[in-house]
Design a protein around this ligand. Structure first.
Ligand code: SF4
Length: 353
C-alpha cells in the first residue's frame, strides 16, 4: 500500500500540506449515531454556529466550562436534540447541511500539522471506523471533512518537536526516523501487537500516593449516567482485574450503535488482532499524545490500554458478542477514555523505564 498524499503546498499551508493519510485506514459513515451522543462533548461550536442553532431551538447549545466554549447540548437520553429516531442527523440534508456544525461535519477525521505536512487522523471510538465494509480513506475523500466553512483546510494542532523522553526532545524528522518508523515496523511484523512494545502493561507511576487501585476506584465510583461514565467504569473494572479485583455489573448504553453497524456487516471484516493493530498505529500517528507524555511513556500507556481493551473484549465475548463486535466496543472504550481528562494525567505519570 502506498501512502496517499496531496501535492500543491502553498506558503500559508507549509505544515498542513501535503496532506497525508496513513496507509490502510478505512472509514465509511454507516449511520451508527454514537458520535451524536454523550460519549463526548460535541464541539467546539463557533459563536456564529451557536447563535444560528439557538435560533432554531434555544435548548440545543450549552456553554462548557471544560473547553471554555459552546458545545451541543444533549437531551435527557444523552442524545443530540437533532439526532432523529432513525439515528440520522436532522441537520444533514436541509439547506445543503449549512446548519450542521463544523465539528460534526468533520468527526471522526482530524488533522495535525507537522514539518512534513498535515497528518490526517481518525478516531476509533466511532464503530464506523472500526467495523464494517469501508473503503480505504484517501486525501480526496478526507479533504471535504477538513474544510472549514470558509473552504480552508485548517488545524489548531501543530507538532514540530517531539519528546522521546520527558527530558529529551528531538526534531520531528528525527522522531520519525528513530522512534516512530521502527515501532511501526515492529508492530506490522509482530504476530501479537503486544510484542511490538518492549515494555509490560501497567507498572510503576510517579507521584506520591498515586496507585492503580486509587485510579481504578476513581473511575469506577464516579457518579453520572452518561455513556462516557459507563465506559469509564468498564475501564476502571479492567484496571482492577489486572490487580486481582472483581468487576461490577454494567450496562452498555452504546450497544444500539454497534448493533446497527453489525447488522450491516454479516461477515466480520477484520480480526480483533488486526483491529488492535490498526488502532495502535493511529494512536501513534495522530501525535495527540505529544501534548501530555513522551514517546517512552506512550509505549507504556498504549500497551496498558491494549491489555485493558483485550480484557474488555473477553468480558463482552462471554455475553456471546461476535469477536469483531466485542473488539470494536473495547476499542471504543479505550480510545474514548484514553483521550480523556481521566487518563491523560495517568499517561503523564508512567515511569519511562
Ligand atoms: S448536529 Fe447532527 S451531526 Fe451534530 S451531533 Fe447533532 S445529530 Fe449529530
Amino acid at each position: 500500500m502506498s501512502e496517499s498524499t496531496e501535492a500543491g503546498a502553498t506558503d500559508a499551508d507549509t505544515r498542513v500540506r501535503p496532506l497525508r493519510v496513513r496507509p490502510g485506514v478505512r472509514y465509511q459513515c454507516q449511520g451508527a449515531g454514537l458520535c451524536c451522543t454523550d460519549i463526548h462533548a460535541i464541539g467546539e461550536l463557533s459563536k456564529k454556529e451557536a447563535a444560528k442553532l439557538r435560533l432554531v431551538d434555544e435548548r440545543v447549545v450549552q456553554y462548557s466550562d471544560a473547553i471554555e466554549g459552546f458545545v451541543m447540548a444533549m437531551d435527557p437520553g444523552g442524545r443530540c436534540y437533532f439526532l432523529g429516531d432513525d439515528d440520522l442527523c436532522a441537520l444533514h440534508a436541509p439547506m445543503g447541511g449549512a446548519l450542521k456544525p463544523y465539528a460534526c461535519h468533520r468527526f471522526p477525521i482530524g488533522l495535525v500539522a507537522t514539518p512534513e505536512g498535515g497528518r490526517v487522523t481518525t478516531e476509533h471510538r466511532c464503530p464506523c471506523r472500526t467495523m464494517g465494509e469501508r473503503p480505504e480513506l484517501t486525501v480526496e475523500g478526507a479533504t471535504p471533512a477538513l474544510r472549514d466553512p470558509s473552504g480552508q483546510v485548517r488545524t489548531a494542532f501543530h507538532v514540530d518537536q517531539v519528546p522521546l523522553t520527558r527530558d529529551h526532545e528531538v526534531s520531528f524528522a528525527r522522531y520519525v526516523e528513530e522512534a516512530e518508523t521502527p515501532f511501526r515496523e515492529a508492530l506490522q511484523m509482530a504476530e501479537d501487537p503486544a510484542d511490538a512494545f518492549d515494555v509490560a502493561p501497567f507498572g510503576a507511576l510517579t507521584g506520591e500516593g498515586v496507585t492503580w487501585e486509587r485510579i481504578a476506584t476513581g473511575m469506577v465510583e464516579i457518579e453520572g449516567t452518561t455513556r462516557a461514565d459507563e465506559a469509564r467504569r468498564y475501564f476502571g473494572d479492567a484496571i482492577r482485574a489486572f490487580h486481582g479485583g472483581r468487576a461490577g455489573r454494567r450496562k452498555r448504553p452504546w450497544a444500539g450503535a454497534f448493533d446497527r453497524v453489525e447488522e450491516k456487516t454479516p461477515v466480520p471484516t477484520g480480526t480483533p488482532t488486526e483491529m488492535y493493530r490498526d488502532w495502535i498505529e493511529d494512536a501513534v500517528w495522530n501525535l495527540y499524545w505529544t501534548s501530555y507524555c513522551s514517546f517512552a511513556q506512550l509505549r507504556r500507556e498504549l500497551v496498558t490500554r491494549l491489555w485493558v481493551a483485550r480484557h474488555i473484549e473477553r468480558r463482552l465475548r462471554r455475553s456471546k458478542l461476535r469477536a469483531d463486535r466485542a473488539a470494536a466496543e473495547a476499542i471504543f472504550i479505550v480510545d474514548l477514555i484514553g483521550t480523556s481528562d481521566w487518563w491523560e494525567p495517568v499517561a503523564h505519570r508512567f515511569v519511562e523505564r
